[in-house]
Design a protein around this ligand. Structure first.
Ligand code: SAM
Ligand code: ZN
Length: 273
């Protein structure tokens, strides 16, 4: 399944490393993931979400506020894969593995999570070990240069993460499915209204997926009561607004200790053309 990020040859697991026939070798970290980022292209120390962002997302997700989405995603994926008795699923931009671990519950599935952030994939390993999950593997890699062979996956899942038309089409088998989850227009609107004078609704993302056909689109919304200052702060840190908010906005944010928000997600299922 894995290919060498340098020469694209197949990687073979030999003891604690993945090796290709051309002598490139990638050691498995103590935590159990493999770093397939090449330093020539990415700085593995700074790529993707940093340790604080990963910690905030882990703390928030572990409170269960987005569990309904994880379960819905698993249902949608399960329905698409219902006739496949051993599906291979790639979670691209998997973060710290919250949705990956839920997808791992699909019967006989093999799940491969990749994220450009080493901090994130290290958390994924901790998560699966603690949960006793054995059908997930994780690598530090980019969605725009996936370390997987052509036509090797039945499904790619991308939850709030970068989307690559070319790479997803390359790694998917004929008829393979791509599930993309993005925020709905009303997602977290109440939080934005509490922080900004003129809150706006999210605009739909445009992905330019011309190698795919849209099969279905679901808007999945529910409301959640976020009941502590710490959770509100972690949630806000997960959003793109965090680094753009003025000091005045941050003061308003810190004053909140309970807020009912709309959690709204668009779940799109595409099929490879
Ligand atoms: C908003 S987070 C979503 C994470 C996870 N899917 C979730 O919903 O919990 C976006 C993730 O994409 C990762 N990311 C950013 N650029 C990437 C790239 N080029 N390739 C792979 N992952 C990337 C970040 O490190 C981060 O973990
Ligand atoms: Zn190689």
């Amino acid at each position: 399944m894995y290919i060498c990020p340098v020469c694209k040859d197949k990687l073979k697991r030999i003891e604690n490393s993945w090796r290709c026939r051309n002598g490139h070798c990638f050691d498995i970290a103590r935590k159990g993931y493999v770093n397939l980022l090449t330093t020539a292209k990415h700085n593995p120390k700074t790529a993707g979400d940093n340790a604080d962002m990963v910690k905030a997302r882990t703390e928030f997700l572990d409170k269960g506020y987005y569990r309904p989405l994880a379960e819905k995603l698993r249902d949608v994926a399960g329905e698409v894969l219902k006739d496949n008795d051993s599906p291979v699923i790639i979670d691209s931009g998997c973060g710290e593995g919250f949705y990956t671990a839920e997808l791992a519950k699909l019967s006989k599935a093999s799940i491969f999570g990749i994220d450009i952030s080493k901090h994130a994939v290290a958390h994924c390993m901790t998560r699966v070990h603690l949960a006793g999950i054995t059908n997930c593997q994780f690598a530090a890699a980019s969605s725009f240069e996936l370390p997987f062979a052509d036509k090797s996956a039945d499904m790619v899942v991308s939850v709030f993460a970068p989307v690559s038309n070319d790479e997803y089409a390359r790694v998917l088998k004929k008829g393979g499915a791509l599930i993309v989850v993005s925020p709905s227009p009303r997602h977290l609107f109440e939080l934005k209204a509490a922080v900004y004078d003129e809150p706006y609704e999210n605009k739909p993302n445009v992905y330019g997926l011309n190698k795919f056909t849209l099969g279905s689109e679901i808007c999945f919304e529910y409301s959640a009561d976020i009941t502590s200052q710490a959770d509100i702060h972690s949630l806000f840190m997960m959003t793109p607004y965090f680094y753009k908010t003025s000091e005045e906005g941050m003061v308003r944010l810190r004053a909140l200790d309970d807020i009912e928000v709309t959690c709204g997600f668009v779940i799109q299922t595409y099929y490879k053309k």
